[in-house]
Design a protein around this ligand. Sequence first.
Ligand code: HEC
Ligand code: HEC
Length: 291
Amino acid sequence: MRILIIIAAILIAAPLLGLGGVYFVSEAKLRDVTYDPAFEAPIPTDAASIEHGRHIARTRGCFGCHGQQLQGKDFDEQWDWPERAVAPNLALYAREHDVATLEAAIRQGIGANGKGLVSMPSYNFARLTDEDLAALIAFLRSAPVVEIDLPKPKLGWIARWSFATGEETHYEEWADHVPALRVDPEAEPQRALGEYLAMTMCNECHGLDLRGATLWDAVTPDLIIVSAYSRDEFEKLITTGVAMSGRELGLMRLVAPDRFPELSKEEIDALYLHLTALADEPVPEGVFWRP
Ligand code: HEC
Ligand code: HEC
């Protein structure tokens, strides 16, 4: 009789211990982050810097994911990951948190709760300059606060399991894998601008070094594909999401018209220069997140 009770107890306890284990290991992994030195740059208050910050927010997709009024967004209908992703109200967040916390979230992929972020693509912003980041923060703090009811985000068991097993890693780790910018701005200023723009706008989806990646069920091409485009066809593609010869694209068709129409001619020239120059360079090996 006693043995049956022990067996029953084990049968009940084992799954609970298992869940507890997944919970604790995933929590430990999410909290395993290393902070860079705290960001202390002064935040500008002049109108030109705030307008520049708005341009950064627009071209880096903050509006698309956080709402066109920065009011926040529930991704429950769009994404299963990490069960329920909820992008917070950015105008409010920017006022409630200090500059170092904002920088850690935006560039380093660490949330205000000290855990690695899991659906905010901070790796795309890891190389933003201090100046652009300060302007971005200035803009977020100046934007009117529009409050809506947002549900609580949820980290589901499937997501916890993939963090616990190491199948997935949080974005603080991804941000660490973003390659350094290579083009020397003294020697090639226009190409350096193009590299900077691409590495803070396109590597969200096209791979940390722009040379292609897998994205959920889609595969994004190596951006040397831009060499097949003329300068005008390229401008049309990134401002409308319509490919050469009018071919309809998927995700690119959604993000391009939201983010890139306000790029200046100079920015588009610089992007085109850098991306076409990539065709002469071998694909680096062993880059994190390459398919
Ligand atoms: C692909 C969608 C996406 C884009 C693009 C995006 N965010 Fe987010 N962001 C999210 C989600 C989702 C969260 C919620 C946290 C999480 O699940 O990782 C978030 C969280 C945040 C947080 C709070 C982090 C915390 O929990 O403390 C800040 C700050 C933030 N984003 C700023 C920005 C800024 C600034 C931009 C533009 C430069 C931006 N985001 C672009 C989706 C996005
Ligand atoms: C949010 C994800 C996302 C971002 C950001 C993004 N792309 Fe794309 N892009 C895609 C996907 C996905 C495809 C594959 C086609 C499709 O499904 O839309 C694609 C396709 C392309 C193509 C190939 C078009 C063809 O002829 O097949 C080019 C060129 C391109 N993107 C350039 C860029 C450039 C340049 C940037 C940055 C300025 C950029 N993309 C930013 C997701 C993205």
